[in-house]
Design a protein around this ligand. Structure first.
Ligand SMILES: NC(=O)c1ccc[n+]([C@@H]2O[C@H](COP(=O)([O-])OP(=O)(O)OC[C@H]3O[C@@H](n4cnc5c(N)ncnc54)[C@H](OP(=O)(O)O)[C@@H]3O)[C@@H](O)[C@H]2O)c1
Length: 324
């Protein structure tokens, strides 16, 4: 038997229901993983609330976990029982003690990386790998603005970009979050709802604006992200923590010859080879301390609703995980 969190209908965190459930033997091409730590992402909140209708109901949410291979189906090469692994999946099912999953999605974990680090930050770090390496050129000649700079993805992005010599400006929701962003590599950080926000960005960039904005807040910051850009700047909107962005006119982009992108991590994997390439770049970044996380906030699987409440209260992103 497996213990699972099931969603029967979309709604608040209370729809996350703890149940037990029988688990089949893995099919051909699959492995069965016993989870040790399960990741909690904002995507899971969108799935639970119904903003994304990508999970067939009733269903088990969750896109990532780390654990140990317990059983191996037919036609699987390269894995052994007892191996420590991790995975990302768009087919969900991670909020569970066990999962049967295609071996194609599974990656062996380096011994140096802890289960909780991987469960809390693998998907986030893969997102940062995509943002830095796969959308537009990010290098030491660039000045960038990172919204939600102290959030889960935001802090890794600031750390990784600043380690490359990129000049990083952060924005956060409140004053008390500023000091942490400085530790994560921001040379200056502003509160996002500051009335003088765009003026301050211009002042600090000698009147030019920034080359790239990485915006994960969406609705509340989108406009100031556009006004913060230099001519020929690039806006990468990769999230919508404050709500979806409203439609935008092409003529708005033409005002400064701007480019815009709305990337989704899973589209950037493409092939197993690319998935492995991105993952090894992330594992190396963790091992070399280019990106680091030290605070972890565990919840037991049956308390998944409290984990969601904490995430939605703008706390704990990149720290929260579930213990099966
Ligand atoms: N495109 C992709 O493939 C991809 C991959 C991973 C994540 N994402 C998206 O990236 C975003 C950030 O993910 P994350 O893991 O970094 O999340 P997180 O750790 O929970 O951080 C989100 C931050 O957003 C800010 N925020 C602003 N308005 C908010 C609101 N109304 N409610 C909650 N938070 C608000 C908060 O920081 P302040 O208080 O400082 O404003 C909060 O800490 C999410 O939207 C997620 O879905 C996208």
């Amino acid at each position: 038997m497996a213990s699972i969190i099931e969603i029967e209908k979309y709604g608040p965190s209370s729809v996350l229901t703890y149940k037990t459930h029988s688990i089949a033997t893995p099919k051909s091409g699959e492995v069965q993983i016993k989870h040790l730590a399960i990741g909690v992402n904002y995507h899971d909140v969108y799935v639970r609330s119904g903003l994304y209708k990508t999970l067939k109901l009733p269903g088990i949410p969750g896109c990532e976990a780390s654990g140990i291979i317990e059983k191996i189906g037919k036609n699987v090469d390269g894995f052994e029982e007892g191996e420590r692994v991790t995975y990302l999946t768009r087919e969900y099912g991670a909020y569970s003690t066990h999962i049967n999953i295609e071996a194609e999605k599974v990656l062996k974990l380096p011994a140096t990386l802890e289960d909780e680090l991987v469960a809390t930050n693998f998907l986030r770090a893969m997102t940062v790998e995509m943002l830095i390496n796969r959308i537009t050129l990010v290098d030491s000649s660039k000045t960038i603005l990172v919204t939600a700079a102290s959030g889960g993805v935001g802090r890794l992005l600031c750390q990784w970009a600043s380690s490359m010599g990129v000049k990083v400006i952060g924005s956060v929701g409140s004053q008390e979050k500023i000091p942490e962003t400085k530790l994560n590599g921001c040379f200056e950080t502003f509160v996002s709802n500051d009335k003088e926000f765009s003026k301050k960005i211009l002042e600090i960039t000698d009147g030019k604006g920034v080359d790239i904005v990485f915006d994960s807040v969406g609705n509340d910051t989108f406009e100031s992200s556009l006004t913060s850009l230099a001519h020929c700047g690039y806006l990468i909107n990769f999230g919508q923590s404050s709500g979806p962005v409203k439609p935008i006119l092409m003529t708005t982009l033409a005002e400064k010859s701007l480019s815009i992108s709305r990337p989704i991590l899973f589209h950037y994997f493409g092939t197993r080879r690319n998935y492995e390439k991105m993952a090894s770049s992330v594992f190396k970044a963790f091992e070399d301390n280019v990106i680091k996380v030290s605070d972890f906030l565990p919840f037991s699987l049956k308390d998944a609703s409290s984990a969601h409440d904490t995430l939605e209260s703008r706390k704990g992103g990149g720290s929260i995980y579930l213990i099966p």
